[in-house]
Design a protein around this ligand. Structure first.
Ligand code: GUN
Length: 301
């Protein structure tokens, strides 16, 4: 039976480190970093994410500013707000909650964010630095995947030389995850919907990262014995369990029950990768503040 990787506990550890770093910055420089989050529209899931980001940012001792814009806001108003935040000396990180309404050009909007404040790691500058192996702000969800995969290794083992198969090639997760696992000296394969013999490719993975956004697509038998499985999927599906209290439930991209029979360790959904995204965002906000304001912290974040 697989170990269940406790994403909530790993994220809580990282948030504790961030909180310690923030108090160190306050003592040494009299300054606490601030994160600005922009939410456009009323998407319920996005509202939940933004509330959590606000709560955990405050809990870590940092400043948190939320800007809420109506669903029908025009692109230029959003861009003007980002430009104002770019030049606001008190703002260290800017995050535009995705997805944006369809009348807004997401890439254009992201492109306006000052790369020094790009705590989501989504600008072309951040992506370029990642692909060149240069220091920079890394996207939060893929960074969380690497931390969780490391946490599941046996004592003394490392990711180096392991075959990491990433299913999904999105800009938010799949592509940056490939570079981040490469930085860990993994041999990386990116698979996707057109990959031939996907089951066989998955079965060759020591580390299997599922980021396709299709409920339960990765079957138990696709998992190599002893593999580490990181499930990024968060899919809401009908809950057919008899006498279930809720009509829907969250499932990942991996058939969790079946995969536990093969994997050495696996992340659950919910409670796996999800909590890591916010923890990594808080860390990025501290890193961005330190780089921009020439501050140093002695602890490793
Ligand atoms: N929506 C879902 N995940 C994310 C994320 O990591 N960053 C942003 N900005 N929006 C999201």
């Amino acid at each position: 039976m697989a170990n269940i990787i406790d994403g909530k506990a790993v994220a809580a550890d990282l948030r504790r480190n961030v909180t310690t770093a923030v108090s160190a910055l306050k003592s040494a420089y009299g300054y606490a970093p601030t994160l600005a989050v922009i939410l456009v529209g009323e998407d319920p899931a996005s509202q939940v994410y933004v509330r959590s980001k606000h709560k955990f940012t405050k809990q870590a001792g940092m400043g948190s500013v939320a800007h809420k814009l109506p669903e029908d806001v025009d692109e230029q108003t959003l861009i003007d707000l980002i430009k104002t935040l770019n030049t606001d000396a008190d703002v260290d990180g800017i995050l535009v909650q995705l997805p944006l309404p369809s009348h807004i050009d997401t890439q254009r909007v992201i492109g306006v964010i000052d790369p020094a404040k790009d705590v989501d790691g989504l600008t072309e500058i951040s992506a370029g630095r990642l692909s060149l192996g240069r220091p920079g702000l890394r996207p939060c969800t893929p960074e969380g995947c690497v931390i969780l995969a490391k946490s599941a290794l046996e004592k003394g083992d490392s990711l180096s030389g392991k075959h990491c198969v990433i299913v999904g090639r999105s800009i938010l997760v799949g592509k940056p995850a490939a570079f981040l696992f490469l930085e860990q000296n993994c041999t990386v394969t990116i698979a996707h919907s057109r990959t031939k013999n996907l089951a066989d490719v998955c079965r060759s993975a020591d580390i299997l990262v599922a980021a396709v956004g299709r409920p339960l697509m990765i079957k138990g038998g696709w998992v190599k014995k002893g593999a580490i499985v990181i499930d990024v999927g968060i899919n809401r599906v009908a809950n057919n369990t008899p006498r279930a209290k809720r009509k829907t439930k969250l499932v990942g991209d991996v058939d969790f029950e079946a995969a536990t029979k093969y994997a050495m360790a696996i992340t659950p959904v919910p409670g796996g990768v999800g909590p890591m995204t916010i923890a990594c965002l808080l860390r990025n906000t501290v890193l961005a503040a330190c780089a921009r304001r020439n501050m140093t912290i002695s602890q490793k974040l």
